[in-house]
Ligand binder design. Structure first.
Ligand SMILES: *[C@@H]1O[C@H](CO)[C@@H](O)[C@H](O)[C@H]1NC(C)=O
Ligand SMILES: *[C@@H]1O[C@H](CO)[C@@H](O)[C@H](O)[C@H]1NC(C)=O
Ligand SMILES: *[C@@H]1O[C@H](CO)[C@@H](O)[C@H](O)[C@H]1NC(C)=O
Ligand SMILES: *[C@@H]1O[C@H](CO)[C@@H](O)[C@H](O)[C@H]1NC(C)=O
Ligand SMILES: *[C@@H]1O[C@H](CO)[C@@H](O)[C@H](O)[C@H]1NC(C)=O
Ligand SMILES: *[C@@H]1O[C@H](CO)[C@@H](O)[C@H](O)[C@H]1NC(C)=O
Ligand SMILES: *[C@@H]1O[C@H](CO)[C@@H](O)[C@H](O)[C@H]1NC(C)=O
Length: 491
């Protein structure tokens, strides 16, 4: 008899508990903020997150000790006796790359695949008895090592007789695009440039037709040129982006191959209406092609390039030229391995991990929004979560976010800031304070901004102030790192 009220009480408690938990489950999430246009396409976002990709300049020039061939080279000169594309892929992986791009044809017009539209190709060489295909071996080796492949097909062709006859040459070029983009499976990036000798015949390239053909044949490809449409040239061959670097430009301002637009390409346009982020192409050696008299840049230079490219909202396209044996030199591979290991050493440990985070505001509030846009999202190690302030915050003095590190956290000399660029690039100016003292400042952030500090600091609080007139800033990460490779002269 006495058990009955108790049972009732227990049942009531259970009902209340159920009610509470279902209320929890039904608490409505705050939606993400609206994008600030333009925003990247899915292939552009995937490309941006690669950060380091590799270029392989290889071809007739490798055998003639030149950078620009004449087009009259004898195909029999091409004989890479021990070509091993798998060895190239190991070089790329050592550097941390996930995409490799091959020069399929350079300005001299010699084709590294057996094109049906010219005799000036590997078919006319004695390599693999005339039945070789460097593009095929390259793509197969990349796949086998889990890397994506890309290709460069030079518009300027100093060999082909059709060059100068606008219709005939553009047809020839289109036909070769078809061969390359239908014969080798998925191609993730294709490279176009406007490089041309001063004395070259004047001829109009049908870039618009070419670009549309490319997209028809490969839906997920990114097209690189001065003018994108997906990835733009950074405006120099040093691998350095501007300290201000917007992913946005107005494509209408850019003509492929035209001088005078380098600064615009280097810095982008805060009011640009096209999302065309920059790629920094640079060679690990002085030349793009292999020369027996040249050697790879030292690690310190490669790291400088990394900070000025990846650390300035760009993807680094690093070239390693295979030699006339068809192999990347052991010394170059060792340097690439050193580079990849250095980047892993610096960025493999985040000294911000374990910090508490707070901000000038949190979109949706701490309770209402749940974890949605909390300040702590910048230290969760994920690239799909981000801190968002409220729309009202920051209008007068800017926004801020602050990390509070555990006591005795180790010193750091690199600050990493990353925007959630999927919703548009927003930060126009920012500064970093450690325990209230300014240590670094700059303009744009974008996908990734790296600041090297003059000396290592071991502060408790790290605060980033941001002005972002294009819309509330969305930060996916604030990281702190220690770079043990910095030399006194780069400080
Ligand atoms: C090609 O290079 C890879 C990686 O260095 C190596 O494992 C393989 O044995 C090489 N193949 C040949 C045929 O030498
Ligand atoms: C370009 O043409 C000029 C005038 O015909 C000639 O003097 C010069 O050698 C040529 N340059 C090249 C690189 O062919
Ligand atoms: C090249 O040809 C185009 C179109 O035919 C013309 O507009 C341009 O001025 C020419 N350039 C030179 C350097 O002759
Ligand atoms: C780019 O286009 C936008 C919108 O049309 C315009 O406001 C801006 O001034 C343009 N940029 C330049 C450098 O002309
Ligand atoms: C190496 O040789 C090539 C071709 O002879 C030349 O163009 C290049 O300037 C040389 N490089 C250096 C660093 O001297
Ligand atoms: C090319 O590099 C490989 C690997 O270091 C080396 O064995 C070979 O001798 C080099 N070839 C030339 C022509 O230097
Ligand atoms: C920004 O940093 C530079 C040194 O990198 C310093 O000279 C300047 O005073 C800083 N500006 C602000 C507003 O903190």
């Amino acid at each position: 008899m006495a058990a009955s009220p108790l049972l009732f009480l227990a049942a009531a408690a259970l009902a209340v508990a159920t009610l509470v938990s279902s209320t929890e489950a039904w608490r409505l999430a705050t939606p993400p903020p609206l994008p600030v246009l333009p925003v990247p396409s899915a292939p552009q976002l995937k490309w941006q997150r690669r950060e380091v990709i590799m270029f392989f300049h290889f071809g007739m020039n490798t055998f003639t000790d030149s950078e620009w061939g004449t087009g009259s080279e004898d195909p029999s000169l091409f004989y890479p006796g021990a070509l091993n594309a798998t060895q190239w892929m190991d070089a790329a992986r050592a550097a941390g790359a996930s995409l490799v791009i091959l020069v399929a044809k350079h300005h001299d017009g010699f084709c590294l695949w057996p094109s049906a539209y010219t005799a000036h190709s590997v078919r006319s060489s004695a390599w693999r008895g005339g039945s070789g295909d460097v593009v095929g071996e390259f793509v197969a080796a990349a796949r086998a090592r889990g890397l994506d492949a890309g290709l460069y097909l030079s518009p300027w062709d100093r060999h082909d007789e059709r060059y100068g006859e606008e219709e005939a040459y553009n047809e020839y070029y289109e036909a070769q695009l078809h061969e390359l983009l239908t014969g080798y499976g998925s191609v993730s990036e294709i490279w176009f440039d406007g490089a041309k000798g001063k004395n070259a015949t004047n001829m109009t390239y049908h870039f618009q037709e070419w670009f549309q053909t490319v997209k028809q044949l490969q839906r997920f490809i990114n097209i690189f040129s001065d003018d994108g449409p997906d990835v733009r040239w950074v405006g120099d061959e040093k691998g350095f982006a501007g300290t201000t670097c917007w992913s946005t430009v107005n494509r209408s301002m850019i003509t492929i191959g035209e001088a005078g637009i380098e600064k615009y390409l280097n810095e982008g346009d805060p009011r640009g209406s096209d999302w065309v982020p920059p790629e920094c192409d640079v060679s690990i050696r002085p030349g793009w092609f292999w020369h027996s008299n040249e050697t790879a840049k030292p690690l310190s230079e490669l790291l400088e390039i990394y900070y000025n490219s990846v650390g300035r909202n760009c993807v680094l396209l690093l070239n390693a030229p295979p030699n006339s044996t068809g192999l990347v030199e052991d010394a170059d591979i060792a340097r690439l391995r050193e580079f990849g290991a250095a980047v892993a050493t610096i960025f493999g440990t985040d000294l911000a991990a374990g910090s508490a985070a707070r901000a000038s505001s949190e979109r949706g509030g701490r309770r209402g929004g749940g974890a949605g846009f909390a300040a702590r999202n910048v230290v969760d190690g994920r690239d799909d979560t981000y801190w968002a302030p409220t729309a009202e915050d920051g209008r007068r003095n800017g926004y801020w976010i602050e990390l509070r590190r555990p006591a005795a956290a180790p010193p750091f000399n690199v600050v990493r800031i990353q925007e959630h660029v999927a919703l548009g690039q927003r930060v126009e100016r920012h500064s970093v304070y450690v325990d209230g003292a300014p240590v670094a400042n700059g303009t744009t952030v974008g996908h990734k901004r790296l600041h090297r500090l003059p000396r290592a600091v071991a502060g408790r609080t790290v605060r980033v102030w941001i002005t972002a007139p294009r819309g509330p800033p969305l930060l996916t990460a604030v990281g702190l790192h220690h770079d043990p490779f910095v030399e006194a002269d780069t400080m």
